[in-house]
Design a protein around this ligand. Sequence first.
Ligand SMILES: Cc1ncc(COP(=O)(O)O)c(C=O)c1O
Length: 378
Amino acid sequence: MTKVKIKKNDLKKPKNPILVTQPTLPNLDEFHASLKEIWASKWITNKGAFHQQFELELAKHLGVKYVSIFNNATIALLTALQALEIKGEVITTPYSFVATANSLMWNNLTPVFCDVDPIYGNLDAAKIENLITPNTTAIMPVHVYGTPCDVIAIEQVAKKHKLKVIYDAAHAFGVEVNNNSILNYGDLSVLSFHATKAFNTVEGGAIICHDDATKEKIDNLKNFGITDEITVVAPGINGKVNELIAAYGLLQLKTIDSDIEKCKTITTYYKEHLANIEGLKCMPDIKNTKLNYSYFPIFIDEEKFGMSRDELYFKLKENNIFGRRYFYPLITDFNTYKNFDSSNLPIAKKIASQVICLPIYAGLTTAEVNYITAIINS
Ligand SMILES: Cc1ncc(COP(=O)(O)O)c(C=O)c1O
């Protein structure tokens, strides 16, 4: 493949900033109609009709058994750890959003950071076993950018050492391997529906589980541990979703598939226009996998590219393109986590120093992608 030719028009600076992402919002008239129903019923929270319908529709849409919706993924992660009564040490990744490790700290657990694979940035399953001690009780991997972890290898280690697996699947809405939801792996998976995610409910999240007893336990925990008027079975939390957000989420299910298709087209376009640039790597395609294409990370090798990742990041900014160095800094580089061992994390450190996520969202135009890739090519 030859290098893409830049036309003069491609380099024309846009008036408005191009942000790393932009949420899809539901049709306002349809949302208004849902609000009218809520106004009429005056049932605005606590497991109302929209809440119940949203959980059922989500389970159907995702191809999973049970969904418990939450007010955000961080509270869902905290609750998932409580639901499985995780103690001691949990093996996790430093190449994630800080909420992953924070959820462990808030549960008085000790994160043990494991290195990642150099291509996709996911927890390297081959390096887990070395980190297991008598105190290890669980693994918390992250499907980074919605790319599936090596779920089979993780399952094998977990089974061998009797560990629980909770996936931080914040990025993995709709992701499938061999026509099976990635959320069907592990003991629990946690989705995020934050405004920046593939599927958004403004703020929100969910825990996916595989049996009704666990679903009931999670539902109780997200409602203060209350099971009936006079009974509290656990020191739960408030992770509930109100009816306005549940109604919003139901409408979002109408457009998510076409949004993902649009982002898939943008990904292909980016890959064509960024091919054959020395020192710039995109993530390779993966066989038999349905992705949601909500991130487009590139990795810059400063020597070969002739410019550092940060220089490119600021050059893009100067040109009204707001990418994101995601995930940088590494969790273990934050002050809060400085005391944790990071000597075993060379690959995570390297990719965190090379990554920029370029803008991608359903509404991004071809002209905008042309402009972004022309600036990089120039
Ligand atoms: C990997 C990961 N985990 C957890 C979270 C937290 O999600 P929320 O903002 O819904 O609490 C995020 C959100 O950005 C994330 O990217």
